[in-house]
Design a protein around this ligand. Structure first.
Ligand SMILES: Nc1ncnc2c1ncn2[C@@H]1O[C@H](COP(=O)(O)OP(=O)(O)OP(=O)(O)O)[C@@H](O)[C@H]1O
Ligand SMILES: [Mg+2]
Length: 1053
């Protein structure tokens, strides 16, 4: 880390802790090197050393501020912003109070530093309209308080002549929500007297130089600073480095921002002007040499501006009112006394107005929400100063610096080392100068300078500044830090006047002139003047004098004691806060840019104890915390300590740091605290904590969300159960209703059923309607699909039997109609033929039923002559021997031809066809009876035709011989030749056969129709055409047994 730092900023070393040697020379060399390159800030650990450059540097712009926001201390080059930012984040993280102690001698840059810090907060803290108003008020309180409380001195053109401690109040979000200012002892003597080269408070010059004519006229002021006694004593009313005119505008604007209303503003300027007029009031000696004021214009202005009676004011300035039990006595003042009283009044008015102004700022800065969580205090107090003549004010100012140095020592050097001892941390003591001895010299009860001064102020008798000095010499005779002309050795005596005393302050020797100590400490104002001011028509003056002295009869505390108590209070309050330090160094006495007076800087380094601080820092530990506090903060970083550590916090911390991987030299375990050597170790831990915080937050968020979701789920589940139970209830009620209804319906149904045959009632008629409807519904689904389906008609209950019959008829007709309409021409012709067949054969010939399903073809012979109506293969039986002969029979329009291989064997004219006979059995034998008168005819034609019905139908239709058909039982007589008769006999048997009988008849045996279904064999035979059997016999004749029946013989014959 250190290497990186040096690389980033090659000039010198950014942190003195990293110096190779801790000598003063090395320290100064580094400071000088950096100063030459305008690097005015250097760290000692977390302490910022600032060296006044006396020139504007471009390191305070918004870009720079942004750069330092949220960055850890050592990440960027040293800057006061880094300190401000770290203090802010520490305050936010720990939510405790912090303060930044800015110290250094007059002109070292304390006020500037405090302003830079304030500006940084104004820039970096969160902003809203309300917060911006607080921010503006805070920023604008500065020009107002500086105008009234700062002045040009020999040391500094803008020297703070009052002490200021400002609390910036933050809420837990880190928003600056308010502020509060404490002011300390204003150097009031400056109002009436300024050393050579010095000025009065800026506001006087600003008003005279910047005020417009109307205002000046209203206030009775001349536009010339030289006109006023109070502005000219230093003989430098106009200084080029001070821009009074511009500052006047700023102040006027700032007064508006801090909500000082117009009337108060006017009164405020009235007070300022009245002081200037008072300074010009001069007294003339009257006849007795006492001070007198006759018709003084300046006095009139004072009385006008303060709204008091001029007469009473004049009395107050020239007489002292002594009240006895019964009377009032006026004692006149000498001119000197009158001047003293005048100045006292001027100081009182101005001093109290300044306090009023601070109250005013506080009121406008007050955080009305009470959301304050923590504060960062900014202490900018007048710096240590040594003038040619040093008076009571310098004594107080230097005492104040002494106290702050003591605080610094206590918080850093002393307490640090004591703490190491108390905590049993190995430690090599660093020697340092403890200025407690000087503090005691000034403030110790009964024995300190302030006590002695107070004693002198209060004791009866003629106490003077010189008697005070004598008392000091008496009491402090041997004190090593105190010396007077009388107590000094010869060489020192030469440097001291008789009325001087010298204190060896931590920052060097200061010789104080005792003149004025008693008066300034008493700060007395005569009662009549005070009373007069209480009646002032100027609201500010009236308020200041009446509220600030509630018990005017009691002697107020002396100025030094008040100051001492307020400092004690301040140190007490600061001790309760976490401290950050800015040590300001002055580079040269002549306020010149770029000049470094080495002796001056060396002196400051020495008395500010920077070397000691550096040594302690180098040897010490940057950070320490009580075990419980440390554990509480960082316990989330280690699983063993999170969420709770059971056991001693010290053991918990040990476990924690082991887990974090601290190296042994990086930390020490004290009795009650852990000590961490380098800030980087802590920063690393803090970074880890920051990261962990997010994780924890996510975890907590998840848990919380889970919890919420569970709650939500439970709620929904309950709601769902409720809805479900309501729904079920509703369903159950519905179901119940349904069942009740069902019971009624069933009951009605049963009653209806039982009484269905009784006289008509509502119940049975409903039942019957139901039966009808139900039948019709069922019927609808089960209607027969074909005309032939005569069996599947749904049997109807008796109540709708009649309707069912009608419906069946209608339905059949519908089917028939549908069927007929769907018929093709061929199919129609086919059916017409079947009708003819039916008319001829139905119920007459046994094989007729089988013929029904067979389609009648147009022809069975492929070669057709043009007139051919029909043709079919047949087995013709010879007339003589009944020898079977395969032939084709062709029907033409007028003739039937018996053909063998396209050779006409026989021609039967339809006219000569006198009859057609077939048996009633299942055979296929046809006999055509032919008129024998025709010589061309050969006699009756006997043949077998597989398509008997088809053929005969065709024949009947072609020849129009429907009436010529005969279905004969037993035997058909045939005429073989004219006059020669024979017969064909028909019988039934096991197997179909055709043979010539012994009697010369043709015997046709066919299978009994009734036997068709007796056995499977019969059935099979029955299905085969009759000719099949004949032909088989024929086929077998050569191989079959010749001694078989006549039938076979017949075939051979
Ligand atoms: N950081 C800085 N940059 C530029 N100039 C500075 C800086 N700090 C101080 N100065 C110059 O030094 C002058 C004195 O500074 P400042 O008023 O802050 O001193 P001080 O320590 O408050 O003195 P005193 O104790 O008298 O009030 C300023 O007016 C300014 O000109
Ligand atoms: Mg200052």
């Amino acid at each position: 880390m250190e290497g990186a730092l040096i690389a980033r900023d090659k000039v010198g070393i950014q942190d003195f802790v990293l110096l190779d040697e801790t000598t003063e020379t090395a320290f100064l060399d580094n400071l000088k090197k950096r100063f030459e390159k305008d690097l005015i800030y250097t760290y000692i650990g977390t302490l910022v050393v600032s060296l006044n450059p006396y020139k504007e540097l471009d390191i305070y712009n918004p870009l720079q501020m942004e750069l330092y926001m949220g960055v850890t201390f050592f990440e960027l080059p040293p800057h006061i912003y880094a300190l401000a930012d770290n203090a802010y984040h520490a305050m936010l993280a720990e939510l405790n109070d912090h303060f930044i102690l800015i110290s250094g001698e007059s002109g070292a840059g304390k006020t500037e530093a405090s302003k830079k810090i304030l500006q940084y907060y104004a820039f970096s803290c969160p902003s809203t309209a309300r917060l911006n108003s607080v921010r503006d008020k805070m920023l604008m309180s500065n020009p107002v308080l500086e105008a009234f409380g700062n002045a040009k001195t020999l040391k500094n053109d803008n020297s703070s002549r009052f002490g200021k401690y400002m609390d910036i109040q933050f809420n837990s979000e880190g928003e600056a929500v308010g502020g509060h200012i404490l002011n300390y002892l204003l150097e009031k003597s400056r109002v009436v007297h300024q050393n050579h080269g010095e000025r009065n408070f800026h506001i006087f010059y600003q008003l005279v130089e910047g005020g417009d004519e109307a205002l000046l006229r209203q206030l009775g002021l001349e536009k010339d600073c030289l006109y006023y006694n109070y502005l000219t004593q230093g003989e430098c009313a106009i200084v080029s480095s001070i821009t009074d005119k511009t500052d006047w505008k700023t102040v006027k604007n700032a007064l508006k921002v801090i909500e000082v209303n117009e009337s108060d503003t006017s009164d405020l300027f009235g007070v300022v002007a009245s002081v200037l007029h008072l300074g010009n009031v001069e007294f003339d000696p009257d006849s007795r040499g006492y001070a007198s004021l006759n018709n003084n214009t300046e006095l009139r202005w004072v009385s006008t501006l303060l709204g008091v009676s001029a007469q009473t004011l004049q009395e107050g300035l020239t007489f002292r009112k002594i009240e006895t039990q019964n009377d009032q006595v006026f004692s006149p003042f000498t001119i000197d006394h009158a001047v003293y009283v005048r100045d006292a009044l001027a100081k009182a008015i101005y001093g109290r107005t300044f306090t009023w102004l601070v109250h005013q700022v506080n009121e406008s800065l007050e955080n009305k929400d009470e959301t304050k969580m923590a504060v960062i205090g900014l202490l900018d107090i007048y710096g240590f100063e040594v003038f040619y003549v040093n008076s009571f004010e310098q004594f107080c100012i230097n005492y104040c610096n002494e106290k702050l140095q003591q605080l610094f020592i206590q918080l850093t050097l002393k307490s640090e080392q004591e703490e190491y001892q108390a905590e049993d941390i190995e430690w090599e003591s660093v020697q340092f100068f403890n200025n407690k001895i000087i503090c005691d010299l000034v403030e110790e009860r009964y024995r300190g300078i302030i006590s002695i001064l107070d004693e002198e102020c209060l004791r009866p008798g003629d106490a003077t500044d010189l008697t005070f000095l004598e008392r000091l010499e008496e009491k402090m005779g041997n004190h090593p830090h105190f010396v007077t002309h009388r107590l000094a050795d010869i060489t020192t005596r030469k440097t001291l006047e008789r009325g001087d005393f010298r204190l060896l302050h931590y920052a060097g020797e200061v010789t104080y002139c005792v003149v004025g100590f008693l008066d300034k400490n008493n700060d007395l104002l005569y009662r009549n003047i005070k009373d007069l001011m209480c009646q002032s028509k100027n609201a500010i003056v009236r308020e200041c004098f009446s509220t600030m002295d509630p018990d005017s009869r009691r002697r107020p505390e002396t100025v030094a004691t008040q100051f001492k108590s307020s400092l004690l209070k301040l140190t007490e309050s600061l001790l309760a806060k976490h401290a950050w330090y800015v040590r300001c160094l002055k580079s040269n006495e002549s306020k010149k840019p770029g000049q470094l007076d080495e002796a001056l800087v060396r002196h400051q380094v020495k008395y500010l104890g920077l070397m000691e601080h550096l040594r302690v820092r180098r040897a010490g530990f940057a950070y320490r915390r009580r075990y419980d506090v440390f554990l509480q903060r960082y316990k989330p970083l280690c699983p063993a300590t999170w969420p709770h550590w059971i056991g001693l916090p010290m053991d918990g911390v040990e476990v924690l740091v082991q887990h974090l991987g601290y190296l042994p030299y990086e930390y020490k375990m004290g009795r009650t605290k852990i000590f961490i050597r380098h800030p980087r170790t802590l920063y690393a831990t803090e970074d880890a904590f920051e990261r962990c915080k997010h994780e924890l937050a996510t975890k907590l968020q998840a848990k919380y969300r889970g919890y919420r979701a569970k709650g939500e789920f439970r709620k929904r589940k309950e709601a769902a159960t409720k809805i479900e139970s309501c729904w079920r209830g509703a369903q159950a009620r519905k179901e119940k209703e349904r069942r009740v209804w069902a019971v009624k319906v069933i009951k009605k149904f049963i009653n209806g059923y039982v009484n269905r045959r009784d006289a008509k009632t509502t119940e049975n008629s409903e039942y019957l309607a139901f039966v009808r409807q139900s039948y019709l519904n069922r019927l609808k689904l089960k209607l027969p699909k074909t005309v032939l389906d005569k069996t599947s008609w749904l049997p109807a209950p008796s109540v709708c039997a009649e309707a069912s019959e009608m419906l069946q008829k209608i339905h059949t007709r519908l089917l028939v109609r549908k069927y007929v309409r769907g018929l093709t021409q061929q199919k129609k012709a086919q059916l017409q033929m079947k009708v003819v067949t039916s008319a001829i054969f139905k119920g007459k010939k046994d094989s007729y039923p089988q013929s029904i399903t067979k389609t009648f073809l147009d022809t069975r012979i492929s070669e057709q002559d043009i007139n051919m109506k029909y043709s079919v293969p047949v087995i013709k039986y010879d007339r003589k021997g009944f020898k079977p002969r395969p032939r084709q029979l062709i029907l033409t329009q007028a003739t039937a031809y018996l053909v063998e291989e396209a050779k006409i064997k026989q021609r039967v004219s339809y006219t000569s066809l006198k009859g057609i006979s077939v048996s009633n059995l299942t055979d296929d034998i046809i006999v055509l009876h032919i008129t024998c008168e025709d010589p061309k005819q050969k006699g009756d034609l006997v043949f077998q035709c597989d398509h008997l019905f088809e053929f005969l139908t065709k024949l009947s239709m072609v020849a129009n011989k429907q009436n010529a058909f005969q279905v004969v039982k037993g035997s058909i007589k045939i005429e073989i030749q004219s006059g020669k008769q024979s017969a064909v006999d028909f019988a039934t048997g096991q197997e179909p056969m055709v043979y010539k009988e012994k009697n010369g008849h043709l015997m046709v045996v066919s299978v009994d129709k009734s036997a068709d279904t007796v056995t499977g064999v019969r059935s099979r035979h029955a299905k085969k055409p009759f000719a099949y059997f004949i032909r088989r016999r024929g086929d077998e004749e050569t191989s079959e047994d010749r001694t078989d029946t006549g039938c076979i013989r017949y075939h051979h014959s």
